[in-house]
Design a protein around this ligand. Structure first.
Ligand SMILES: Nc1nc2c(c(=O)[nH]1)N=C(CO)CN2
Length: 184
C-alpha cells in the first residue's frame, strides 16, 4: 500500500531567506523544522547564497536558499505550515507598512508540482522567480533541468537569461559614448 501514498506526493520548491540574525543557521534550522511537518519529506537543500537586498532598501544582506520537498499537503496547508515556521523565528507580518521589511525568516512556495494558481492568498508559480537571481541560482544548482510549468524553460535557462539581463542593465548605466567638445 506504500506505493499508493507515494503516488500522491507532489514535488515542490521552497524559497528560504533571512536578513536579520544569523542567516545561515536560521535557514538551516527552518529547513529542519519543515522536515518535521507531517506530510513533508525533505529531498535537498541548495547551498546558501548571500546577496544584497533587492526591491527594498536595507543595510542587511540576505542569506537565501532553495529547498526541494515532496509533500502530501495541499498548497494552502503547506502555506500555513510555512507561516507557522516563520512565526517561530520571530517573523511579524506588519500591516500598514509599505514595501518589504527586514525579516529573520521568509519562506515562499516557489513551485508546487505543475500547479498554476492565481488566488489572493497564493500565486503559483511564485510571480517574481524570473527577476530574482537569489532564487534562480540556488534553483539551478539543485535542479538545472527543472522546467517552469508556465514557460517550459529550464531553471538553468532562466538563470542564464536573468544574468544576461542584469549585465545588460549594468552596461547601460556604464555607457561611454564618444562626442565632441562643446556639445552637451
Ligand atoms: N537579496 C534578497 N533581496 C530580497 C529578498 C531576498 O530574499 N533576498 N526578499 C525580498 C522580499 O521577499 C525582497 N528582497
Amino acid at each position: 500500500m506504500e506505493n499508493e501514498t507515494e503516488m500522491d506526493k507532489i514535488r515542490a520548491f521552497i524559497g528560504l531567506g533571512s536578513n536579520l540574525g544569523d542567516g545561515p543557521s536560521i535557514v538551516q534550522d527552518a529547513w529542519r523544522m519543515l522536515g518535521e511537518v507531517a506530510g513533508v519529506d525533505l529531498l535537498a537543500l541548495s547551498s546558501p547564497y548571500k546577496s544584497a537586498p533587492v526591491e527594498m532598501s536595507s543595510q542587511h544582506w540576505f542569506t537565501n536558499g532553495v529547498g526541494k520537498i515532496e509533500t502530501l499537503l495541499p498548497p494552502p496547508a503547506l502555506l500555513q505550515e510555512l507561516f507557522r515556521i516563520e512565526a517561530a523565528f520571530g517573523r511579524k507580518r506588519k500591516s500598514g507598512s509599505f514595501g518589504y521589511q527586514d525579516r529573520p525568516l521568509d519562506l515562499d512556495i516557489l513551485y508546487y508540482g505543475e500547479i498554476i494558481l492565481d488566488e489572493p492568498e497564493l500565486i503559483l508559480p511564485h510571480p517574481r522567480i524570473r527577476e530574482r537571481l537569489f532564487v534562480l541560482s540556488p534553483l539551478a544548482e539543485l535542479d538545472p533541468d527543472f522546467r517552469d510549468p508556465v514557460s517550459g524553460e529550464t531553471a538553468a535557462a532562466m538563470e542564464a537569461e536573468l544574468k544576461r539581463k542584469i549585465a545588460e542593465k549594468v552596461m547601460k548605466n556604464q555607457e561611454i559614448i564618444r562626442g565632441k567638445w562643446g556639445e552637451s
